[in-house]
Design a binder for this molecule. Sequence first.
Ligand SMILES: [Zn+2]
Length: 424
Amino acid sequence: MMNLLLKNAVYIDWQTLEISKRNILVRQDITDIQFIKATEIKAHDRDTEVLDCTGKLVTKSFAIGHHHAYSALARGMGAPKKKPENFHEMLQDVWWTLDKHLDAELIESSALVTAMACAKAGSTFIIDHHSSPFAVRGSLEIIAKAFEQVGVSHLLCYEISDRDGTVIAREGLDETESYIRHHQGLVGLHASFTVSNDTLKQAVRIMQKHKSGIHIHVAEDPYDQERCLKEHGKRVVGRLSEAGVLNSPQTILVHCLHLDMNEKEIIRSSPAWVVQNCESNLNNNVGYFNGSGLGEKIMHGTDGMHSDILRSARAAYFVGQRFDNIKDESAYRRLRNVHHYLSHNDFKGGGDNNLIVLDYDTPTPLMRENFFGHFLFGITSNHITDVISGGRLIVRDRKITTVDEQAILKESRKQAERLWKSIR
Ligand SMILES: [Zn+2]
């Protein structure tokens, strides 16, 4: 196990934003990083790989609060023959058609390309929400292995739902329980409107038994609320809260667009977290996120659209100018809140030995005082040259070091064609 020395870096502390010249010693077996003096470097020579970071920025890597690796091969697939007219048709005609065609090979390919894209865009931790109704059993293990092959950490769940009948809902529950018995993971539910009372009860039972949390889409579209009022005589957050979903600090409520003030207050005063997915909301034309009244426990997700969380944070800031109470600082804090979520819940893989190196040749002075200006208007994932995950160098000079990137992409293009043919 080699140690890694990032020599002569301009280090930005992700919490205090203090900027300083540092030599950083990174280890795989210790999550903390160590700053060492230039005179001490020689002593570490033999067992240490040195990365010259002269003129480069180094800071903590990112993590993605909500992703769907399973949708990776949809890129460029083309729209269905009849254009979906609303949110529910979009689910039925695109995503629920795609996920029904997934098999083990497609799941693996999707997970490998997603992990590589995340790593190259600076994310070393993925919180994923998976769905493959006709290949449920063992699906989470396939994703976990693929992510680990690339070298990114993860918190996975299976998207349990009654939309394909009670047998498949049962398989989702079983897959969840058998997975979280041996791995860190969550209990995934699709959304209130596709989950029966019985399935909801079973999911919360698994959550409680394994001291886990629920990961669910909440009020992404008014449709979720309409169905809940009609079928259960209450609003979505009320229903989930009464079932016990919000009692865990591991619980993740995704989207939270169409909530009333009472629902926001229930979430704010609970230990549960919220993930916003700005670009996905724009793409599906379902509305705009507004964090007012939800408290501070808000993170960013990409919702399977892409794997560049910095881009998501920036989009949320711009769209939020009109629709949200977001400031430059809160945009940054929401990007970084995922680290608090992970450490607060003692999940492995979110420690300080996760770093990115950026080749950011700034045309203006970069200081602690103007960092947010650079974060919003300057720095992009294209500046990332190297990525360290759990003390391991998994991206070097913009190339993945752990797997054969070109071979995986070649295979995924082949798999994508197979998937598209099977759908048409
Ligand atoms: Zn989602």
